[in-house]
Design a protein around this ligand. Structure first.
Ligand code: ADP
Ligand code: MG
Length: 258
């Protein structure tokens, strides 16, 4: 390497350190060799270097968002067998995985009996959102009732609802497994009303809409909650022929689930 080239390399390393772009430091020399070998333009070389750095930074921040979302398990959208659900559910689930509903602050509702993959799908869609640059946060319905109840007791419900605004997707898993008491139902209504048309909520439930009243408090509160949740909602209904029972049947027959 000529003395000039060595000085240029030092300058690049120094600048990369100042910019906190360690990937540039790693890739500028091998990519320069490749560029010379393949006759890239200056612009093509610069684009290649920047894209490598940008790619690593994006995947690091996606990883950080996934870690802070507190998903209860590692389940991905890609691992979800879309053939186990009906064509309409498949279409809507595919759309949810693009995260465009989050741009619009729409809601998502995943319905079906136990074991059909609602939680898996919710986590998978949540992870996709993290990859698309949105922050997400996951808890069970009971978990949210508990968190909101604590905030309320401390007189800081408003502050907590505002804090949650930083998450463009808030996931409520297992609505309806255990009914909310009247206070929990009222707090849940406040959460839903606060986010209405501002930020997305995704709910999974084993109860059909007609039975949501049983879990959301008295009729008036339940109706008001359902109204706002469902107004701009994408609904995925998965029916009873669950993946788990199919896998079980297939294991018995010694085949893969169809
Ligand atoms: P639910 O929340 O509806 O009760 P889960 O999401 O917990 O169901 O799914 C139960 C188990 O079956 C999980 O391990 C999940 O990963 C798996 N599972 C369910 N449906 C599918 C599917 N379509 N593709 C892949 N795995 C699935
Ligand atoms: Mg579940």
């Amino acid at each position: 390497m000529s003395q000039d080239a060595a000085q240029v390399a030092k300058d690049i390393i120094h600048a990369a350190r100042q910019l906190q772009t360690p990937v540039i430091k790693e890739v500028f020399e091998p990519l320069a060799d490749q560029a010379r070998g393949e006759g890239w333009t200056h612009e093509e070389y610069l684009a290649a270097v920047l894209e490598r750095q940008a790619g690593v930074r994006a995947s690091n921040s996606a990883r950080a968002r996934i870690a802070s979302a507190r998903f209860p398990a590692i389940k991905t959208f890609d691992e979800f067998d879309m053939h186990a659900i009906g064509a309409k559910a498949r279409d809507i689930a595919g759309h949810l995985a693009t995260s465009s509903f989050i741009h619009k602050a729409d809601n998502a509702i995943l319905l079906g009996p136990p074991g059909v993959g609602k939680t898996h799908l919710a986590i998978g869609i949540g992870r996709e959102a993290c990859h698309h640059g949105f922050r997400a946060v996951f808890d069970s319905a009971m978990g949210w009732a508990h968190r909101l109840g604590q905030a309320h007791t401390l007189g800081r419900l408003e502050a907590e609802l505002k804090r949650l605004d930083r998450y463009r997707l808030l996931i409520v898993d297992e609505l309806g497994y255990l009914p909310f008491d009247p206070q929990a139902a009222a707090l849940f209504f406040q959460l839903v009303a606060h986010r209405y048309e501002n930020a997305s909520i995704m709910v999974t439930s084993n109860l059909a809409f007609a039975r949501w009243g049983e879990t959301l408090g008295d009729e008036a509160v339940a109706a008001a909650t359902i109204d706002r949740l469902v107004h701009h909602a994408h609904v995925v209904t998965i029916d009873a022929d669950s993946y788990r029972t199919r896998a079980h049947r297939a294991a018995k027959k010694g085949t893969k689930p169809s």
